[in-house]
Design a protein around this ligand. Structure first.
Ligand code: HEC
Length: 234
């Protein structure tokens, strides 16, 4: 009985620990102005908090303004953004919807993938589950890792994705705001992307704590009952 309970708690604990997911940032050989260099890549820690509605709302604004021109998030509906982020649907329609006029539609600009592959060399992938695939820290670090490189078509390269086909779309924002503000905006953006990949995370965590509390409380009567039942037999 004791062993079983210990095992159960261990299992629950380890499943919490592995929920983070994604790959690390490792180290890579990159070309800097035509020369090979090995750079150690440490992931910056993305500020993920799905209960921070202001951050998610700012992230949604960033995503719709800067990313949906090329990327889709075709598993997420605009109406889900309105509901999940506590934004009145009229405001979503006016300020966040640029690709459709129906709030029930998915975030999908429906740009021809083949044409995009021709323009950029690679088609921009769908970003609905990007933070699940790569991990939020990876995406955050990626967005902060663009650097000038005159040998590339857009004059920029990326430490995490060498010879990246994506332009540095946040360049203007980066130049017009302070370092802290810029990191805050990028953090909010990644927080929103993480929410898209797992919109029920904060509900699930709350239910998880409730279940653990329930198990802990139930343990007492079950333990006492167990003692009572075996009392006369032993
Ligand atoms: C001008 C078009 C364009 C815009 C706008 C754009 N991207 Fe991209 N993005 C691309 C292309 C092209 C790639 C493929 C890069 C590659 O694989 O070399 C890409 C790749 C990515 C990747 C890496 C995907 C992977 O796992 O390999 C992420 C993350 C990403 N974009 C996020 C964003 C975010 C966030 C924004 C908004 C701030 C954004 N992109 C705006 C064109 C764009």
């Amino acid at each position: 009985m004791k062993k079983f309970l210990l095992g159960a708690f261990f299992l629950i604990g380890s499943s919490f620990a592995s929920a983070a997911g994604g790959e690390g940032c490792g180290s890579k050989v990159v070309m800097v102005d035509g020369k090979e260099q090995t750079v150690a890549l440490e992931c910056s820690h993305a500020p993920i908090d799905h209960d921070d509605k202001a951050s998610l709302q700012n992230g949604a604004r960033m995503f719709m303004s800067y990313c949906v021109g090329c990327h889709s998030a075709k598993y997420v509906r605009y109406s889900a953004v309105a509901e999940g982020l506590d934004i009145p649907p009229e405001l979503v329609e006016t300020y966040l919807m640029f690709t459709t006029d129906k709030i029930g539609d998915y975030i999908d600009p429906q740009i021809d993938k083949a044409a995009q592959a021709k323009w950029f060399g690679k088609a921009p992938p769908d970003l609905s589950l990007e933070t699940r695939l790569r991990g939020s820290d990876w995406v955050y670090t990626y967005l902060l890792s663009f650097y000038p490189d005159a040998s590339r078509p857009y004059g920029v390269n990326n430490y995490l994705l060498p010879n990246v086909a994506m332009p540095h779309v946040l360049n203007e924002l980066q130049e017009s705001t302070s370092r802290e503000e810029y990191r805050k905006d990028v953090g909010d953006l990644v927080n929103f992307m993480s929410w898209m990949g797992d919109p029920v995370m904060s509900i699930r965590h709350k239910i998880g704590w409730f279940v653990l509390l329930f198990l802990a409380i139930m343990f007492i009567p079950i333990y006492l009952l167990n003692r009572e039942f075996w009392k006369d037999i032993k």
